[in-house]
Design a protein around this ligand. Structure first.
Ligand code: ZN
Ligand code: ZN
Length: 400
C-alpha cells in the first residue's frame, strides 16, 4: 500500500451550531492502537488539508491505526494516507457510526455526531463530538440502572446534565470535555431507548442549582438503606444540599439489605491494623449497632471512621451492624453505595408512585432549584461554554 502523507485540517462548525455540543473521549480507560469506524446512518466526510475530501457512506469501514507518531487512515476504496489528526464529520445532521477498537475489547459501540482522532504517546485518542442532549441520554442509559419510569429518567438526565456543566472543563487541557468512564460519567454510546431519549429532550437545558445559584455536586448512589448520608461524613466536605435524611422509599428495593461474614481472626487482624490495642476478648468489639447512620465505629474510646472500614473491608455500604456468630463476625448492612445525595432505587420507587422528577430531586437534595443552565452562576466567572475545550489539536501548516 502506497501511503500518501497529508495533514488534515479540521473544519469545525461548533461555533455556529445551534445546539450545545460536548467532546467525549471514547474508550478512555483502554489503550486503543487502532479503530474501525463504520457509518450506520447518514454520510460522513474526512476533510483533508490539501482540499482533498473523502466521503464515506453507510457500511463502508474506515481503519485508523497509529503509525509511528502519526495516524494511518484507510478506507476500502481509497488509497490510505498518513496524517497528524483526522476529523470524520457527519453531513446530513442525523449521522451515526459504529466504533470498534483493537485488542481485548471486541464490543462495537454506536455513536452520533463527529469523531476526532489524533495520536498520543502510545495510543490513539478518539473524541466523539456530539449533541449534549444525545450524550446525556447515553449517560442515563449507562448509569440509570433498571428504572422504567420517565420521571425517573428525567431525574437522572437533570443530574447528569448538572454534572456535565459543573465539570465541563475537567479535561480541557487534554482537548476534550469529559471521558467516557466513571472518572467523569459512564457513556457507552447512543441510547436507542425512546423513553430515555424523551426524558433528556423534555428536560433540555435544566440543571440543579444550590441557594447561591451555583451548580450542585449531583451525587447519587444505588440505595441508601433508608437513610441518606451527609457529605461531610463521607467526603469530609459539607454541602447544605447534601444532608442526611430518612428515605422511606427504597427499603423494599433490591439493594436495600446485604450481609457479609468474615472470620473472627480476620476481624481481629483488621482492628489491630487500624490501631486497636485493647482487649481482644472484650465482647464490645463484636457489638455495634446503627439504628441511624453513625460516623465512626466505636469501641470504648477507640474509633474507626465507617467510610474507612467500608473501603478496607470492601463492604457494600457504611450503614451496618456487627454481631458475633460462632467463629464469624457478621455484618448486616443496609443500602449500596456511599449514600450521599440521590438514592436511585428510592427515586425509582418515587417515580412509580407518581412523583415528578422535580419532586424527586427536591426530596433528595435539600433546598435546591431546578432551572435552565443560563441561570447558573459560574464561580470562576466563565459562563458554561459548550464549545470550550473542543479546540483543535495543533495542525502543522505544511505538507509533510
Ligand atoms: Zn474523566
Ligand atoms: Zn434510599
Amino acid at each position: 500500500m502506497k501511503i500518501k502523507i497529508i495533514s488534515i485540517l479540521f473544519i469545525t462548525i461548533l461555533g455556529s451550531s445551534a445546539s450545545a455540543q460536548v467532546g467525549i473521549r471514547l474508550f478512555a480507560n483502554q489503550s486503543p492502537e487502532s479503530a474501525v469506524v463504520s457509518v450506520t446512518e447518514g454520510k460522513y466526510q474526512i476533510s483533508a488539508f490539501n482540499g482533498e475530501n473523502l466521503f464515506i457512506s453507510k457500511g463502508e469501514p474506515v481503519l485508523i491505526t497509529k503509525y509511528k507518531s502519526k495516524l494511518a487512515v484507510k478506507t476500502r476504496n481509497e488509497k490510505g494516507f498518513l496524517c497528524d489528526s483526522v476529523l470524520i464529520s457527519g453531513k446530513t445532521g442525523d449521522d451515526s457510526f459504529s466504533l470498534r477498537i483493537n485488542g481485548n475489547n471486541p464490543v462495537r459501540q454506536y455513536y452520533s455526531g463527529d469523531l476526532k482522532c489524533f495520536p498520543d504517546m502510545e495510543n490513539i485518542v478518539l473524541i466523539n463530538i456530539c449533541d449534549v442532549e444525545k450524550y446525556l441520554a447515553g449517560v442515563v442509559k449507562a448509569e440509570g440502572g433498571s428504572g422504567k419510569n420517565i420521571e425517573y429518567f428525567k431525574t437522572q438526565a437533570v443530574i447528569a446534565r448538572t454534572y456535565l456543566y459543573k465539570y465541563f472543563d475537567k479535561h480541557t487541557a487534554d482537548r476534550y470535555n469529559v471521558c467516557d468512564n466513571t472518572h467523569c460519567q459512564a457513556f457507552n454510546g447512543s441510547s436507542t431507548d425512546t423513553i430515555i431519549n424523551k426524558a433528556a429532550l423534555e428536560t433540555k437545558g435544566q440543571v440543579i442549582l444550590s441557594q447561591d445559584s451555583t451548580l450542585i455536586i449531583s451525587a447519587f448512589h444505588s440505595n441508601c438503606g433508608g437513610e441518606t448520608a451527609s457529605s461531610e461524613d463521607v467526603w469530609l466536605t459539607g454541602q447544605p444540599y447534601l444532608k442526611s435524611k430518612i428515605d422511606p422509599y427504597c427499603t423494599a428495593s433490591r439493594n436495600s439489605v446485604w450481609k457479609k461474614s468474615i472470620s473472627r481472626n480476620e476481624w481481629l487482624e483488621f482492628l489491630k491494623k487500624s490501631g486497636y490495642s485493647g482487649n481482644i476478648n472484650d465482647s464490645s468489639i463484636f457489638n455495634f449497632d446503627q439504628k441511624t447512620r453513625q460516623v465512626n465505629y466505636k469501641i470504648g474510646l477507640f474509633t474507626i471512621p465507617l467510610r474507612i472500614m467500608r473501603a478496607d473491608l470492601n463492604l457494600r455500604s457504611a450503614f451496618f451492624t456487627v454481631i458475633s456468630e460462632g467463629d464469624s463476625v457478621v455484618f448486616k448492612g443496609r443500602g449500596y453505595g456511599h449514600g450521599v445525595g440521590l438514592c436511585q432505587e428510592g427515586a425509582m420507587a418515587m417515580a412509580a408512585k407518581g412523583f415528578t422528577y422535580a419532586q424527586i430531586i427536591d426530596f433528595y437534595y435539600t433546598g435546591v432549584l431546578i432551572t435552565d443552565i443560563k441561570n447558573a452562576v459560574i464561580l470562576n466567572g466563565n459562563p458554561p461554554t459548550p464549545q470550550k475545550g473542543l479546540s483543535n489539536p495543533p495542525i502543522p501548516l505544511r505538507q509533510d
